[in-house]
Design a protein around this ligand. Structure first.
Ligand code: PMP
Length: 437
């Protein structure tokens, strides 16, 4: 099989065996278990710049970036130094610190779409709280979400489409009361009728529509700007709120995220990943008026022992400061576009059934011949077998992609052009093997 020998995973395999005795499935978050690709998970020992090293000493160019936060690569000196500096003074107080003000100011003064923010410790928490806020503000219970968007694992959001066009959701996890799922209406992406019908059917019951404006959890399902504008209008005319879940897109496609990219003002925006520089942070943000509903100012309760944690704030401050430097996004996005285009050119020249989708520094390699993939149903599930082969061939060539064909790849400022050239050649080789089979 293949033309390169499989990498040695002895130490990772031994660690995984041990981990299985401690953690369900041997992991603390399911996708890490490598269930959709070949082999056992790699246990990571360190990261630096665009590289990762596993427990067996294998070195990889990393395109997973801890699932998105590491836009400056691993162990960026500016982030590390700030974290170390702040840690000298202790690690948590459960009391306000100036660091929270500093990060909030960096975010708000450079983002015209928000006026006030609340920090949480994860994206899940941020989104869960944003929904509670939307329900608190509108006095309504139902929400509309889209099939193929992931918003973390809170009860209202682990819901998939039931049968039929406009459906109440079905839970996508055991342990969620059916009554919770009944408050979530799931519709396909890129479908105006479904949303319109939902608003007709549940008139004055819908608190919010939540969407990843750049859906990046089921492949990269780029929506048309007009569709997002349609969601803006229909929510406004029905007095419902529009929530942009920018846990991935926030500070990734530009400092103002997808809101800035498309020029659309949502009512609430959720963030995570990049704002924490690799430490656990999430946030939700909105206008001063809407945020005034949050406790202790208003009646919507939300709290966190480690919220606004100084060490996490420090990492966020250092990382965002770098992102604000002139030309940062322009260079990063151009580098990613060039990378995606070269892979596309190679595949097209060889008539391989493959499309590379890209926006900002996010890309997705999809085994399809469709020019656009805008809803979960459009994703070619059969292509996932090809991804499995690609993933193995890439690991064997020192390239680390997220372990599922539904995951997007991320490029950081540390992926230099020389390294990307080498990676491209390895990807071409790997594709030749994928399509030979
Ligand atoms: N929303 C989106 C769009 C996400 O991609 C994720 C995580 N990948 C979440 C929410 C949940 O964030 P977390 O894993 O930090 O809880």
């Amino acid at each position: 099989y293949g033309e390169k020998p499989d990498i040695i995973r002895e130490k990772s395999a031994a660690l995984y065996e041990k981990a299985k005795s401690y953690f369900p499935g041997g992991v603390n978050s399911p996708v890490r278990a490598f269930k959709s690709v070949y082999g056992t998970p790699l246990f990571i020992e360190k990261g630096d710049g665009c590289y990762l090293w596993d427990a067996d000493g294998n070195k990889f160019v990393d395109f997973c970036a801890s699932w998105g936060p590491l836009i400056l690569g691993h162990n960026h000196p500016k982030v590390r130094e700030k974290v170390v500096e702040v840690m000298q003074n202790g690690m948590s107080f459960g009391a306000p610190t100036a660091l929270e003000n500093e990060l909030a100011e960096l975010i708000i003064s450079n983002n015209q779409y928000i006026q006030k923010i609340r920090f949480t410790s994860s994206g899940t928490e941020a989104v869960m709280s944003a929904l509670r806020l939307a329900r608190g503000v509108t006095g309504r219970d139902k929400i509309i979400k889209f099939e193929g968007c992931y918003h973390g694992h809170s009860d209202s959001l682990l819901v998939k489409a039931g049968s039929g066009l406009v459906t109440f959701g079905e839970t996508s996890s055991a342990g969620i009361p059916k009554s919770f799922a009944a408050e979530t209406i799931v519709v396909p992406l890129n479908d105006r009728d479904a949303v319109t019908k939902a608003f007709e059917q549940f008139k004055n019951e819908i608190a919010a529509v939540i969407i990843e404006p750049i859906p990046a959890n089921n492949g990269l399902l780029l929506q048309d700007k007009e569709y997002l504008e349609f969601l803006r209008e229909i929510t406004r005319s029905n007095s419902a709120l529009l929530i942009f879940d920018e846990v991935i897109s926030g500070f990734r496609v530009g400092f103002e995220g997808a809101s800035g990219y498309y020029g659309i003002q949502p009512d609430i925006i959720t963030y995570g990943k990049i704002i924490g520089g690799g430490l656990p942070v999430g946030a939700y943000a909105s206008s001063g008026e809407i945020m005034s509903h949050i406790s202790p100012e208003g009646g919507v309760y939300q709290a966190g022992t480690l919220s606004g944690n100084p060490v996490a704030m420090a990492a966020g401050i250092a990382q965002l400061t770098e992102l604000l430097k002139s030309g940062f996004y322009k260079e990063l996005n151009a580098k990613t576009a060039e990378f995606a285009e070269s892979i596309q050119r190679y595949a097209s020249a060889k008539n391989y059934k493959l499309k590379v989708f890209q926006i900002g520094s996010i890309f997705w390699i999809s085994f399809t011949d469709k020019d656009k993939i805008q809803s979960a149903d459009d994703v070619d599930a059969a292509g996932m077998e090809k991804f499995k082969v690609l993933h193995r061939e890439l690991l064997n060539r020192g390239i680390y992609f997220g372990p599922s064909g539904y995951e997007v790849g991320f490029i950081s400022s540390e992926h230099n052009k020389t390294e990307l050239e080498k990676v491209k050649r390895s990807i071409f080789e790997a594709l030749d093997i994928v399509f030979k089979k």
